[in-house]
Design a protein around this ligand. Structure first.
Ligand SMILES: Cc1cc2nc3c(=O)[nH]c(=O)nc-3n(C[C@H](O)[C@H](O)[C@H](O)COP(=O)(O)O)c2cc1C
Length: 377
């Protein structure tokens, strides 16, 4: 009985031992974390936001050198209109609003780029060429021809939904699984049918509605950081979970020490939804960047490019006030630990909780009620 949550359509399709995905962290992924999660039997994810074809090929070569297990590559759906830089006057005006940060950090505004984002079409081609076990998309899906090429290459396609309507669209397009991203999740709200502000459904409400509406396996994401969250997601009908912030707090992630500690502390008890960093709505720990750059941000991706130099300079100094501290609502349940140890603990806790519930019935016979999830002694 214990093992039943571990074997299902998702684990079969992806060829993994346990249906736990790590978060894909655009701009903040590390080969070490992705490989550690995949090696431990889960599906390590790697975020390719902003990566051109050559960097994608080089990163996948590093991943393959680090692990023989399946992994997922993640792409943001973007279009050419977003990739093109706006007029110089627009860039100058938006940059002026951030000038105090540049002055404070003693950095210059970089020269305007010829593009703000790599070509999405070329990114997809690069992913087809390297044939990962799985590819995940946010902010929609590529066109039908690209999806067909991914499928022909044997790559499992995961789409991400923040509403039931989005999930129905992904199901109709023929994805292999749907990540149901509840509003608790850290990072960007990846809505693509309605404005993100109007698509804020919590994980506990979203997952069962999507499970009821679609035919493919559903992966619950948002606010899951221990075995209690995973067991709850399984009860809601999910066949997998994606754990983001808790893996970002591990030593193998690309987060700075200060960022890891901020996630696994009282600082993440209250998170905010803000457009300050990128121009798109995202959840993170409040800091000076959210307080001082959030009032009138430039649209995505210009704001992301403009704050990029500020965030990089602040990260180099390991200071957490002027970086994007993306984090979900379950941050305080996380701990600065090793990624393989976290994965093993998640599996053990979930096994214990789900075997308890199958033998004792609801509420019966449990001594702690948390599957041994509490870690502080
Ligand atoms: C720093 C950060 C960056 C993220 N970047 C991406 C991304 O590029 N693509 C993506 O699909 N999800 C991204 N996410 C969302 C995660 O994949 C995952 O769904 C989410 O973190 C789950 O919620 P949780 O943080 O409450 O565990 C990001 C999350 C964080 C915290």
């Amino acid at each position: 009985m214990t093992a039943s949550w571990r074997e299902n359509r998702l684990t079969d399709r992806l060829g993994i031992e346990v249906p736990i995905l790590s978060g894909a962290f655009g701009g903040l992924s590390s080969v070490a974390l992705t490989a550690a999660v995949s090696d431990a039997g889960g599906l390590g994810a790697y975020g390719l936001y902003g990566y051109g074809p050559e960097r994608i090929a080089a990163t996948v070569a590093e991943l393959r050198a680090a692990t023989a297990a399946p992994f997922l590559l993640n792409l943001w759906v973007t279009d050419e209109a977003e990739a093109a830089p706006p007029a110089a006057a627009v860039v100058r005006e938006a940059a002026e609003r951030l000038a105090p940060f540049y002055a404070e950090l003693g950095i210059e505004l970089p020269d305007p780029p010829t593009r703000l984002l790599p070509s999405f079409e070329e990114q997809v081609e690069a992913v087809v060429a390297v044939r990962p076990a799985a590819v995940g998309f946010v902010f929609g899906l590529p066109d039908a021809a690209s999806l067909a090429r991914l499928r022909e290459a044997g790559i499992a396609v995961l789409g991400t939904a923040t509403t039931v309507e989005e999930a129905l669209g992904l199901d109709a397009a023929g994805v292999d699984a749907i990540i149901a991203s509840g509003a608790e999740a850290g990072g960007h709200r990846v809505s693509f049918l309605r404005p993100a502000e109007e698509s804020l459904v919590g994980t506990i409400a979203l997952v069962p509605q999507i499970v009821d509406a679609v035919s493919v396996p559903v992966v619950a994401a948002g606010g899951i950081a221990d075995g209690r969250g995973i067991a709850a997601a399984v009860m809601l009908g999910a066949e997998g979970v994606q754990v983001g912030s808790a893996f970002l707090a591990t030593r193998q992630s690309a987060a700075s020490d200060g960022y890891r500690q901020a996630i696994a502390s009282y600082r993440s008890r209250t998170t905010v939804l803000t457009r300050a960093s990128s121009g798109r709505l995202a959840r993170g720990i409040p800091n000076r960047l959210t307080a001082e750059a959030g009032a009138d941000p430039a649209p995505f991706p210009l704001q992301n490019w403009l704050t990029g130099a500020v965030r990089r300079a602040a990260a180099e100094r390991d200071e957490t006030e002027l970086i994007a501290l993306w984090c979900g609502q379950a941050g305080p349940l996380a701990e600065v630990t090793d990624a393989d140890a976290l994965l093993r603990r998640l599996v053990e806790q979930t096994d214990r909780l789900l075997s308890d519930s199958s033998t004792d019935g609801p509420g019966g016979g449990r001594s702690t009620g948390n599957g041994g999830a509490s870690r502080r002694t």
